[in-house]
Design a protein around this ligand. Structure first.
Ligand SMILES: Cc1ncc(COP(=O)(O)O)c(C=O)c1O
Length: 475
């Protein structure tokens, strides 16, 4: 007889996992089918004070696992409903959701390889596949981390350590002249946030104005460099798939400029990295192989559940630069590279989920070509949506280069703030109605509606119905 109290034993009972697991997977499969049939609302939105009171009112006792979890699932934004065309978050591959269950159950923290004897080598396999897919040179490497924002911070910390001209880790951020980085005016906010975290303040970001196609050209970077004043510019952050419009910066000319000026080239390919899997669209990423560092979110176009982000470096040794630290209770070597397998030396995270399982399993099961076909379909659907919107009289300021399209409704005579307010109201009505989900963004020309096509199960009729729905709401 075990001396473990029955209540403790019961929670860990493998038979309980089996029974709950079967019931939960059955319920989830039914729910997924319902979402795919477009049943229910896309976003079960209700005011947050009301929602919070309702969830709080249930208390934290008396739960029933499957019922509770399914209630939470049904109250969530239905990313698997093909009428969701909003943010850059995919309906994740069901096989990867199952892989995440395994990751949760083995719970290998993997800061040190002993705590991730499978997770570490599998992560290395995934990282090497990603480096190869982007065409990074031999000797490239990196690490997986929890999100593109953390990825940008990690890569720019490595840039600073490599390029500052003094040992920032040892002597501090301000032991030399003030530093700066050139950043496209459309860059994701996490880049500017990173610079503030590094202690460089507002002046640490020198914005380069994007052109009419929302691309940061080398000429814009030169103009920004001319505005640097007493700041020493050490790097350049390009976007390969910008958040607002999906535009790709011209990487070959930026790589030339970075090489000529001795700047670190960081490419934020959090969104667009997936285009590397598409024979038709990978040319958008030409030049990325010359970057010093790249961030690529697999939880965007690679259909992974959040979060699986790769921080890749042209020279793998750079992956130790961000955190040049010793911790004898954890890491065995005197140099980080002595124990390259202890991945905690390369990320902000100590304990880290074994996030490689999802992508590794998906690649083995579905194959690389499957991902390319998805990307092709998402981009083709986006081009079709842009055409249908334009044909229906919506303004589409920019032909989409990837899977993001911005558009607005322009009633005759409406301009400026009134036009913005009208389009904000249209979006709010879409959200309130709940049948579809779209988002919005402020472009230089004003506020625009915005759709990202993340779901490869979207059909032509969904696009027609969205356009018709918008037209009806606009009337
Ligand atoms: C270009 C770009 N970079 C970085 C991020 C941040 O990624 P994450 O949400 O994984 O932190 C995003 C998110 O949408 C993005 O579009």
């Amino acid at each position: 007889m075990s001396d473990v109290p029955a209540a403790i034993r019961d929670a860990y009972d493998p038979e309980r996992l089996r029974a709950d697991g079967h019931r939960l997977v059955d319920a989830l499969a039914d729910q997924l089918a319902a979402w795919q049939r477009r049943e229910g609302v896309a976003v079960p939105w209700r005011p947050m004070d009301e929602a919070r009171a309702a969830w709080a009112g249930q208390g934290l006792a008396g739960g029933e696992l499957v019922g509770d979890l399914m209630a939470a699932a049904r109250a969530s934004t239905a990313l698997a409903n093909p009428r969701v065309m909003g943010h850059q978050v995919p309906p994740p591959l069901p096989s990867s959701a199952l892989a995440e269950l395994v990751s949760a159950l083995v719970n290998n923290g993997m800061a040190v390889a002993e705590m991730g004897p499978a997770a570490v080598p599998i992560e290395m396999v995934v990282i090497q596949w990603m480096c190869k897919t982007l065409g990074l040179p031999a000797g490239a490497g990196g690490v997986l981390t929890s999100g593109g924002s953390l990825g940008n911070l990690t890569a720019l910390l490595a840039m600073r350590q490599a390029k500052a001209g003094w040992n920032v880790w040892r002597d501090g951020a301000h032991a030399g002249p003030p530093l700066a980085v050139i950043v496209g005016s459309d860059a994701h906010y996490s880049v500017a946030r990173t610079v503030r975290i590094m202690g460089w303040g507002d002046a640490g970001v020198i914005p380069a104005q994007v052109d009419r196609e929302h691309r940061m050209t080398a000429a814009a970077v030169e103009a920004a460099l001319a505005r640097a004043g007493d700041r020493r510019v050490i790097g350049l952050v390009a976007a390969a798939g910008s958040t607002a419009t999906g535009a790709f910066d011209p990487l070959p000319e930026l790589a030339d400029l970075a090489a000529a000026r001795g700047l670190w080239l960081h490419v934020d390919a959090a969104h667009g990295g997936g285009l590397a899997l598409s024979a038709a669209h990978r040319h958008r990423l030409a030049g990325i192989e010359r970057a010093d560092s790249v961030v690529w979110d697999a939880h965007k176009l690679l259909m992974m559940p959040a979060l699986v982000t790769a921080v890749l470096y042209k020279a793998e040794a750079s992956s130790y630069e961000a955190f040049a630290q010793q911790a004898s209770y954890l890491f065995a070597g005197t140099q980080p590279s002595d124990t390259w397998w202890d991945l905690g030396q390369r990320t902000l995270e100590c304990t880290k989920r074994a996030m490689s399982f999802e992508l590794w399993a998906a690649l083995r099961v579905h194959g690389e070509a499957w991902f390319g076909a998805c990307v092709d379909r998402q981009i083709a659907l986006t081009a079709t949506l842009a055409r249908k919107l334009a044909a229906a009289g919506f303004e589409v300021p920019l032909a989409p280069t990837a899977n993001i399209v911005c558009y607005r409704h322009r009633p005759p005579g409406l301009t400026g703030a009134a036009l913005d307010a009208h389009n904000r109201m249209v979006r709010q009505r879409v959200v309130d109605d709940g049948t579809f989900y779209i988002v919005g963004t402020q472009l230089p020309g004003g506020y625009h509606l915005r759709s990202t096509i993340m779901n490869p199960l979207i059909e032509d009729r969904d696009l027609d119905e969205l356009v018709a729905h918008l037209q009806a709401l606009c009337r």
